[in-house]
Design a protein around this ligand. Sequence first.
Ligand code: MN
Length: 420
Amino acid sequence: MDSHADSDFTLANLPYGAFEAGSGTRVGVAIGASVLDLVELAQSGLLDGVCDEPVEVFGSGSLNAFLALGPEEWGATRARIAGLLSHDDPRLRDDVNLRERAFVRQRDVELLMPFDVGNVADFYGCKEHAINCGEILRPGSDPIPANWPHMPVATNRHRSTVRETGVPVIRPCGQTPPGPGAAIPRHGPTEKLDFEVELGYVVGGATELGQPIAAAEADRHLFGVMLVNDWSARDIQRWESTRHFTCKSFVTSISPWVVPLAALEPFRVPGPVQEPEVLDYLRVDSDWNLDLTLEVRLETERMRELGLAPELLARVNPKGLYWNAAQVLAHLTSTGATIGPGDLYWSGTISGFGELERGCLLELTHDGSRPLELASGERREYLADGDVVTLSGWGGADSGRVGFGSVVGEIVPARVAARA
Ligand code: MN
């Protein structure tokens, strides 16, 4: 078996997803251009002992049953799959019939939502993003709220509109501020549709009401990480102010694969110094930041007509995130709030201060006042109908590359509600 070097899905990665290949929905692991069907492995007895009833767990069509198990089973499963894919293990290598059943080409399957999404929240954990936005939207005032350095702030969000890559983004309608000279707000399609590049933290295991998770224990509850495009309507957001409700709840796009925390070990780095010092319950001793490259590309309708490649808009690294995943879990459970398998908490827009280090158009175009000049000759303040936005992300290189796959969304025209 080759090492699938340069693919997002090397032997170092082994991310989990759900797929449909005409035989029901199944859990699989991406490897190179293929998906390894875990139900076929389980039915052949090759996953015996990694967990109870592996055929049921991986045949359930979503990752939730596996996420519910816990770190021992996650570790045993990952080790077994890595072993079966290695050159030294003949059980899969030499079984031609099983190989034929177990390896499916990714392009021949439909990738589904990897898990049923539970609780969701959008954090605001990147200091550079907060500063950039503050300078654009509230020049002259302190961009960092008084509570921000002391806790990872967030808004609870709408779970049922979290969707897999490829689902179209219907331009949302909403209430926007009164225009110049107008006394009342308007309701209609957003004119400021934006993307946000973020990391999503996928929870496994469950807690009971009243049971906080210590930050040091977070790795027992954090299964993995995925890419999130937290689509946002900036004019609706402006009017809703800090009580984000409809401005970001129309659709949220996620990558098809969940990369286990175990695969991200080589990319764990110390985060920025937190000053003032955080409260005890938010203290972490290990490195929780991730040194990765995340990119955003835009393809307009005109680019497609001209045969131009999608244009790189942003390249960011989450290693600078101020608040990390362990602190997110510790904070949100510190009241005794429960978490469960399939909960998804995203980091907040990831930005820096460099030219390309802007994780959304709000920052890239200064809220539309400095439009982007695209290679197609077009300008963009915010997204237009027909635009396709693609997020991608990875760490490492060659046979050590660990990638997330891509998150694609095409903007389609608003559906304006008819009056009764
Ligand atoms: Mn966000």
